[in-house]
Design a protein around this ligand. Structure first.
Ligand code: NAD
Ligand code: GLY
Length: 346
């Protein structure tokens, strides 16, 4: 079992251990005085793991209710959010009760935003069941829903009270979704550690899951501690996301988030190499590792297609946009560009 403590506006543990799902009630019990827990999940994950989570919570004396949305990005919407708030109200949930997000980043972001705003804030616990959610979205307190054409445009910073990670749940994750998590894992390695990058080259992430999850969570913990509200260093985590969000949006969310991030990471690496910020050798290693993990590294969308959506990125001001540029494997830098230069980088 590994435990990583996150210190932000709330301090909490991320616990990583095979089989921990059946003990989630023990972790939730000390957090709240209330008796009600609402599990927020989706229609793939709840049938697989809902019973085990419910049983563990009931064993600790909680009354458990569930709110299950259709799987997929479309559920990270204002309408799901409002339905969830209405459900909480109708169920008599109070500020001393608890929400539990059981699933991937979609239900984590939705549940987190509802927790942040329902009655001005109720506690919530993340039980991530995708690799992407384990290494990234469940930690650090970014919560959000999408506008019709605007990814994560409505949200808040609101930390969970605990994160409970059971790598065994990844055994049922479709391969494609698992690979999306690998894109975020490779992103961490490019950002912070050449040693970790080499480990990923040598040993598939699948064969070292607890190490991979704990390493990424520790990296994210350090960034969140330094810059919880995303005004400086935390923006580094957006490596690959300027192009990634544009590709995701252009595809109507048919391209999965991790695939879009992989395309974004490859694109920015090629541009960084072209402009002499990154060596050709490191660029080739990054693209080779993405390909080794079965991830896409190119897109058919044109620069013009991507430009408009990339500009709606939250890191843009009226005149500039901040991009994340790899300088070598294990080290990246933020670069503020006049918007007019973004097309060259795309
Ligand atoms: P997701 O939540 O849509 O899950 C992917 C798919 O896998 C879904 O169909 C889901 O039902 C299924 N699934 C989940 N766990 C499963 C399991 N164990 N077994 C079988 N099926 C399972 O997608 P995701 O990739 O986890 O998250 C993507 C979302 O996360 C995006 O909305 C993205 O914007 C957000 N995100 C947020 C942050 C943050 O910091 N808050 C960071 C990165 C990404
Ligand atoms: N996933 C980016 C962040 O948490 O800042």
């Amino acid at each position: 079992m590994s435990v990583v403590n996150v210190t932000a506006s709330r301090s909490y543990d991320v616990t990583v251990s095979d089989g921990i799902l059946d003990r989630c009630g023990e972790f939730c019990k000390p957090l709240v005085k209330g008796k009600t827990v609402v599990i927020v999940s989706d229609d793939n994950v709840f049938p697989l793991y809902g019973k085990r989570v419910t049983k563990s919570l009931e064993n600790e004396g909680f009354v458990v209710k569930e709110f299950v949305v259709p799987h997929g990005e479309r559920s990270k919407s204002l309408s799901s959010y409002i339905n969830l708030l209405e459900f909480l109200f109708e169920s008599g949930v109070t500020r001393s009760d608890l929400l539990v997000a059981l699933g991937g980043g979609v239900v984590g972001d939705l549940c987190g935003f509802a927790a942040a705003t329902y009655q001005r804030g109720v506690q919530f616990v993340q039980i991530p069941t995708t690799l992407l959610a384990m290494v990234d979205s469940s930690v650090g307190g970014k919560t959000a829903v999408n506008l019709e054409n605007g990814k994560n445009q409505v949200g808040s910073f609101y930390q969970p009270s605990a994160v409970i990670c059971d790598p065994k749940t990844l055994s049922t994750l479709p391969e494609e979704e698992y690979l999306c998590g690998c894109a975020e894992v490779i992103k961490y390695a490019v950002l912070f550690s050449e040693e970790f990058f080499s480990e990923l080259e040598e040993t598939p992430a699948k064969d070292q899951l607890e190490n991979v999850i704990t390493t990424c969570v520790t990296m994210k913990r350090d960034i969140v501690k330094a810059d919880e509200f995303d005004t400086s260093e935390r923006m580094l985590l957006n490596l690959g996301h300027t192009v990634g969000h544009a590709v995701e949006g252009l595809s109507g969310f048919q391209t999965l988030h991790g695939q879009a991030v992989a395309i974004g990471l490859a694109t920015i690496s090629r541009s960084a190499a072209k402009y002499g910020y990154l060596s050709d050798a490191d660029c080739e290693r990054i693209i080779a590792l993405l390909e080794k993990y079965g991830l896409p590294t190119d897109t058919e969308y044109t620069v013009d297609d991507m430009y408009t959506l990339a500009l709606s990125d939250k890191k843009a001001t009226s005149d500039t946009i901040t991009i994340v540029v790899p300088r070598r494997i294990g080290h990246c830098e933020l670069m503020k560009l006049p918007k007019s230069q973004l097309k060259d980088w795309l």
